[in-house]
Design a protein around this ligand. Structure first.
Ligand SMILES: N[C@@H](CCC(=O)N[C@@H](CS)C(=O)NCC(=O)O)C(=O)O
Length: 262
């Protein structure tokens, strides 16, 4: 679907690893009018085709884990993999709102807009998450990754090298730095490790190119699913200087479908 959330971590893995891929976007109408019937097994998007698979792999998390394992973003032993998995699951249930939305009850970037400086509650110390409002839950969700960065001391959330957990968390953080969100969130809420983490991630050439490219799906606001502007915040534009916007060929499938719709 022409929306950002579900494929962003997978795409960041492929982009960072310089793996060429085709990203096919299917709008709601073509989907309902026929494409859905091409996916009778689960009937949902996204799906991953190719990449060594002899079937179409569904489910956002399965796609992320598959690509992460295949391209070296998921650790190299069972114990390491579990550690990454633990933090990915933490990301999923908090920052990713269990896959439901980018702005929901467990984590809501829009709820943080206009909130004055305050300390983040500790996720571990909140007795029941319902004892906090959505602002507190959102801040506690972020603090887990702030603390993990402090603890690891490697510049990565877990382990010695970049992983799918870093890419997943980075995707949510960069959204939070958009101009209409909370570009100074790191200073405002004392999340300095997360601030430095974003800067480091944006220094990775492939990531930076992608974040500022036109080939990302549009950002949108809820409720109403209104598309809105993006390309990172002014804060990071200043930090990185002018960034060239790059594009990528649209897939043959997409071209054929738009042709059919004419
Ligand atoms: N379990 C799937 C759910 C994916 C999902 O709900 N996809 C929505 C788009 S965001 C979809 O395909 N909706 C169209 C439909 O259900 O026909 C996952 O985690 O990826």
């Amino acid at each position: 679907m022409p929306m950002r959330n579900r494929c962003e971590t997978s795409r960041l893995i492929l982009e960072d690893a310089s793996i060429p891929y085709t990203f096919e976007v299917i709008g709601w109408n073509p989907w309902i009018e026929g494409v859905k019937s091409e996916y009778p097994r689960l009937g949902k998007l996204p799906v991953l085709k190719g990449e060594g698979l002899d079937y179409e792999l569904g489910n956002e998390q399965s796609i992320v884990r598959y690509l992460a394992k295949k391209h070296g973003y998921a650790g190299s032993s069972l114990v390491e993999e579990s550690r990454y998995d633990e933090y990915y699951q933490q990301f999923w249930t908090t920052l990713r709102n269990n896959g439901l939305t980018h702005d929901g009850d467990s984590y809501s970037p829009s709820s943080l807009v206009g909130i004055e400086k305050r300390e983040c509650p500790s996720y571990g110390e909140i007795r029941r998450l319902n004892d906090e409002g959505v602002v507190g839950r959102s801040l506690a969700a972020l603090k887990v990754f702030e603390d993990a960065l402090k603890e690891s001391g490697t510049g990565f959330i877990v382990g010695e090298k970049i992983s799918y957990v870093d890419l997943a968390v980075f995707y949510c953080l960069i959204e939070l730095t958009e101009e209409d969100m909370v570009p100074d969130f790191a200073e405002r809420f004392g999340l300095t490790e997360l601030g430095k983490f974003i800067e480091r991630m944006l220094k990775r050439e492939k990531i930076r190119d992608y974040i500022f490219s036109e080939r990302r799906m549009p950002r949108y606001k809820r409720p109403g699913y209104t598309f809105c502007s993006s390309y990172g915040s002014n804060t990071f534009n200043e930090l990185l200087g002018s960034v060239e916007v790059t594009g990528q060929e649209l897939s043959d499938g997409w071209k054929a479908r738009t042709q059919e719709m004419k």
